[in-house]
Design a binder for this molecule. Sequence first.
Ligand code: NAP
Length: 296
Amino acid sequence: MAPTRVGFLGLGIMGTPMARNLKKKGFEVTVWNRSPEKAQALAAEGIQVAATPVEVAKAVDVFCTCVADPSALTEVALGEQGLLRGARKGQLFIDFSTVSVGLVQQLAAQFAAHGVDFVDAPVTGSKGGAEKGTLVIMTGASDAALAKATPIFQAVGEKVVHCGPVGAGTQVKLAGNALIAAMLQGFSEGMLLTAKAGVDPRKFVEVVQASGFRSPYYDFKGKALLGRDFATHFSIDLMHKDLSLFLDNAAVHQVPTPCAAVMRETYNLARAAGKGGQDITAVITAYEELAGAKIA
Ligand SMILES: NC(=O)c1ccc[n+]([C@@H]2O[C@H](COP(=O)([O-])OP(=O)(O)OC[C@H]3O[C@@H](n4cnc5c(N)ncnc54)[C@H](OP(=O)(O)O)[C@@H]3O)[C@@H](O)[C@H]2O)c1
């Protein structure tokens, strides 16, 4: 049987390694990116490069997106040269981006009208998980669409959680990222205060990681903070976008979420300090400047 032809649109920190893993797992891959130079490395590895999203849709059986935000996904899916213009009955659309629940539900309806199944499949695991193919995928899908998407999921991830119908994956993803923001902020603030008070912040990290509130996330981010390694795995701009989506969603459901509201302002402050493109670990550097002290 000929390999499934898969399109991948959005070659950022996450999309590039995901497309590469699909090719490694034997899929015939065609990619597209708004800035075409990012596709060059993949072209050199034998991956097809298309000039437009519509060209991708015409060439493949399944198309996947992993783009920055709702406006990017709207453009790629529904724009002048968008996927919908090349879509045909029997195809599958997998969106790995983190966007709004409303947008994925709208896309599912619009593509269903053309006979295309849609699943929302936001991921967690960041740059490292995308490179190793160990992402955790939370998906909103019908059982039939999930069955079609499963071989793709297995190529890019190691765990799939079927959260419910379309939109359910995104609902869970937004809650997860609101939690990460709060976890990282509490951890970083604790390190900064400990350091300024003259106690080695490594002692704080050691106690946290020996306690009932330890987390593998703190191993990863603690090492980065103590080593002042702010290389971008997940940008402050994108976390700010996710916190904003979470707060919009909370307003729709009339659920008060004060912690996420404070987190969004915290990320706003970091963006105002010109740090939007940096990793989320760099949020604390804005507070270091105010405190006149450094973690390490
Ligand atoms: N990084 C993480 O740890 C992580 C983890 C889980 C989920 N996510 C989510 O995954 C998605 C991608 O994240 P990332 O970290 O890979 O982001 P990224 O490195 O900033 O890449 C963003 C991608 O979106 C494209 N894009 C932006 N605006 C566009 C537009 N108007 N039209 C078409 N394409 C557009 C960019 O194209 P250009 O190259 O032309 O700018 C690029 O391919 C986001 O929704 C993010 O929230 C990220």
